[in-house]
Ligand binder design. Structure first.
Ligand code: GRF
Length: 218
C-alpha cells in the first residue's frame, strides 16, 4: 500500500481513473490528499465525492514559485505522501519540490515524449502530421516533460483528426497507463538507471509492428 498525493488543476479524469483503480482493488494505494491550485477545478469535486482530503492552494498563496512549492511540500509531508502524482497540474515544479521527492514524482503527458512536450501536445501532433501519437508517464526532473520514461501508449492519428478527437483517443489510454505506472511503483518494480526506467517482471513482445495507415488494402 502506497500513500499518494495527487496534484490537479482541471477536470481530473486521470484522478478519477486512479480512484477507480483503487476502489476496484487493482491498485494497492491510498490517496492521502488531493492538492489543487485551482479552487474551481472539477477534480476537487471528484475528490470530495470520494471523501478524499482536499487542499486548495491558489497560485496567489506565494510570491515566488519556490515559496509556492515549499507550501506544497509541507502539505505533502503532513499527509505522509510517498509518491506525488501530477494529474493535469498546470504549474512547472521548482527544485524545492523535486528535491523533496527525488524520483518520487510522476507526470502524465499526452504525447509520445520526447515529441511534443509542453502545452498543446495534441494540437501540435495533428499540425505536424505524425501518424502516431500517444501518452507518456514519466518521472519528473527539473525540465519540462524531460524525466525518465516509465510507460508509453501509442494511438493512431487519422487524417480527419482534430485536436479534440485526438485528445479523446489519447485520454482513454492515459486512464489505463497512469494507474498501471503507479501500480508498478507501488510493487517496487521500477528501477531508474540514468535515463532508463527498467520495469521488472514484464512480458516481452517481439517481432510486432504497427502501421498507420495499414498496408492491408480495403
Ligand atoms: C491530460 O491530458 C494529461 O495528459 C495532461 O493534462 C490533462 C489532464 O486531464 N497532463 P485530466 O484533468 O486528468 O482530465
Amino acid at each position: 500500500m502506497i500513500n499518494l498525493g495527487v496534484l490537479v488543476s482541471g477536470s481530473g479524469t486521470n484522478l478519477q481513473a486512479i480512484i477507480d483503480a483503487i476502489e476496484a482493488k487493482k491498485l494497492p494505494a491510498n490517496i492521502n490528499v488531493v492538492i489543487s491550485n485551482n479552487p474551481n477545478a472539477y477534480a476537487v469535486q471528484r475528490a470530495k465525492i470520494h471523501n478524499i482530503p482536499v487542499e486548495v492552494i491558489p497560485n496567489s498563496s506565494a510570491a515566488t514559485r519556490e515559496a509556492y512549492d515549499n507550501i506544497v511540500v509541507e502539505v505533502l509531508k503532513r499527509y505522509t505522501v510517498e509518491l506525488v502524482v501530477l494529474a493535469g497540474f498546470m504549474r512547472v515544479l521548482t527544485q524545492s519540490l523535486i528535491n523533496a521527492f527525488p524520483m518520487h514524482i510522476m507526470n502524465i503527458h499526452p504525447a509520445l515524449l520526447p515529441s511534443f512536450h509542453g502545452l498543446h501536445a495534441q494540437k501540435n501532433a495533428v499540425d505536424y502530421g505524425v501518424k502516431f501519437s500517444g501518452a507518456t508517464v514519466h518521472f519528473v526532473d527539473e525540465g519540462i516533460d524531460t524525466g525518465p520514461i516509465i510507460i508509453q501508449a501509442v494511438v493512431p492519428v487519422y487524417d480527419d483528426d482534430t485536436e479534440e478527437t485526438l485528445a479523446k483517443r489519447i485520454l482513454k489510454e492515459e486512464h489505463k497507463i497512469y494507474p498501471y505506472a503507479i501500480q508498478l511503483f507501488a510493487e517496487g518494480r521500477l528501477e531508474v538507471k540514468g535515463r532508463r526506467v527498467v520495469v521488472k517482471d514484464t512480458a516481452k513482445t517481439e517481432n510486432t509492428f504497427l502501421e498507420n495507415p495499414s498496408s492491408n488494402q480495403k
